[in-house]
Design a protein around this ligand. Structure first.
Ligand SMILES: Cc1ncc(COP(=O)(O)O)c(C=O)c1O
Length: 499
């Protein structure tokens, strides 16, 4: 495909700007451009076709099945977009005075109440903008809590599972704690003996997702929570997997003291490409004084922003957090109403259906009923035919599916982590099963072809490290020869012209 600059012809225009009828401002000589910016010059049809063609080459949850484990890539109902585009929400300025923002404040307050109920906890702050920021905020609360009790020098260690998402240990380090890892037992639960040996008076807390990234509900969660609470430590629930348990079991009832919720997963609006997201945190009563300000509170029939929290950790995000994400989540939850539980039940059913239909062709490292996702291993294909999880993922692209998460969790070799979500129809699941089974067959009959997959996508097998770290995103004009080719470690990288 040609770049837009290669389609450019002098004098072609895709639109015209309205004539400027405000007083012109003199730009100081030293700040004025010497030359006009070099922009592509194309007609409107060519412009529309160019970007439509680019969009067609992309893959998203609106183009096909996207079973990316741990990421909960579910359908984003279009009513969400209608609601978030109501002028009263869309055009509201964050500095609008409270009397004129009552609707927005009420929505945030109601969302806080719902999330507190879903988590079985006392208070919520909507501020963090993603799960990872919720994690950091939660751990800052842990620090503030122990500092307030005069225990900050003693409580230095936070424990994570060896199946934990990478953001957990990263947040532990960023919050200034020491990290300790706990192993997994043969049924996929936290290894209780390992845990008991590691929890002591230096322990500040545990970070755990339940169900875990193996898609398994920890069978000893009450015992786990007793071990930490008996040692005076706190429990943090990574709520990225909340889609499995909404309305069925609550982290607060399991013993967790702090929870982050990935609004952009559980409550639709999947955030492929990095945003926008929302990672509110819910906490037990003892931690409420430390929550970020401003808090959204209700005073009789009025709603307001409260700053009067002397022990607060402060602000963690601009204004009140990602408001558009709140509106979509609220719309999504209200559309379900009291039947929110069905969302999780169907998500778990869909995952178990896929697991039941795939378990005879791929290895199953932990043979149990799964929750909303499950982890298979391609190690049997690797052993017998040299076909890896990466080859399976690339092969799936030729069948029109987004690959599942691969090589995570780290404790499963050749891991394929599959999360179908509740929004997929049985036919889609069956087509995915057919593709996965056919790939297992190809691994035996024609492994070479699978090694070269994908064959039918706009790009073939890329060097993923270079594609991510060395993307060439500018056009190599004559005066920018560096954009045409770059030397990295003595190797010449060609600019992707018409890639
Ligand atoms: C288990 C788990 N924890 C935490 C996160 C971090 O969430 P976010 O991507 O919103 O920062 C993720 C994201 O995929 C996750 O899967």
């Amino acid at each position: 495909m040609k770049l837009i600059f290669e389609k450019s012809r002098p004098g072609r225009r895709a639109g015209s700007l309205p004539s400027y009828d405000l007083p012109t401002i003199e730009v100081p000589e030293e700040l004025a451009r010497r030359k006009p910016p070099r922009l592509p010059e194309v007609s409107e049809p060519d412009l529309v076709r160019h970007f439509t063609a680019l969009a067609d080459r992309n893959f998203g949850v609106d183009t096909g099945f996207y079973p990316l484990g741990s990421c909960t890539m579910k359908h984003n109902p279009r009513v969400n977009e209608r609601v978030v585009n109501l002028p009263g929400f869309r055009d509201l300025h964050p500095y609008q005075e409270e009397e004129a923002s009552q609707g927005a404040l009420e929505l945030m307050w109601r969302l806080q109440e719902i999330l507190a109920e879903v988590c079985g906890l006392h208070a919520v702050s909507l501020q963090p903008a993603a799960g990872s920021q919720g994690e950091l905020t939660g751990l800052m609360l842990v620090r503030a809590y122990f500092a307030d009790r005069g225990e900050s020098d003693q409580r230095r260690v936070v424990i994570t599972a060896d199946t934990a998402h990478g953001t957990n240990p990263a947040s532990v380090a960023m919050a200034g704690f020491e990290l300790q890892k706990v192993g997994t037992d043969e049924r996929g639960n936290l290894d209780l003996d390992d845990l008991r040996a590691k929890v002591d008076q230096r322990t500040a807390g545990l970070m755990l997702t339940n169900p875990s990234t193996l898609g398994l509900f920890d069978e000893h969660i009450e015992e786990v929570s007793a071990i930490f609470h008996d040692a005076g430590a706190l429990l943090y629930y990574d709520g990225a997997n909340l889609n499995a348990v909404c309305g069925i079991s609550r982290p607060g009832d399991m013993g967790f003291d702090i929870v982050h919720i990935n609004l952009h997963k559980t409550f639709s609006q999947p955030h492929g490409g990095g945003g926008p997201g929302g990672g509110p945190i819910a906490v037990r009563e003892i931690l409420e004084p430390f929550l970020p300000v401003p808090a959204v509170v209700r005073d009789g029939e009025e709603f307001r922003l409260a700053y009067d929290r002397p022990k607060t950790i402060g602000k963690v995000r601009g204004f009140c957090g990602p408001f558009g994400v709140f509106v979509r989540s609220y719309a999504f939850i209200r559309a379900y109403g009291p039947a929110l539980r069905e969302m999780s039940e169907v998500a778990v059913l869909n995952a178990n259906y896929l697991l039941a239909r795939l378990r005879d062709v791929y290895d199953l490292p932990f043979d149990r009923l799964c929750m909303h996702e499950f982890v298979l291993s391609a190690r049997n294909l690797k052993r017998d035919h040299g076909i890896t999880a990466l080859d399976v993922a690339k092969g799936l692209m030729d069948h029109g599916f987004h690959p599942p998460t691969i090589y995570f969790p780290l404790i499963v070799p050749e891991a394929l982590m599959i999360e179908p979500t509740e929004t997929e129809a049985k036919e889609t699941l069956d087509n995915f099963v057919d593709a996965m089974r056919s790939i297992a067959g190809e691994a035996a009959s024609d492994p070479r072809a699978l090694k070269d997959a994908p064959h039918r996508r706009p790009v073939r097998r890329l060097d993923e490290v270079k594609a991510a770290k060395r993307a060439i995103v500018k056009y190599g004009f004559g005066e920018h020869p560096g954009a045409e080719a770059e030397r990295i470690g003595g190797e010449r990288l060609e600019a992707q012209q018409g890639a």
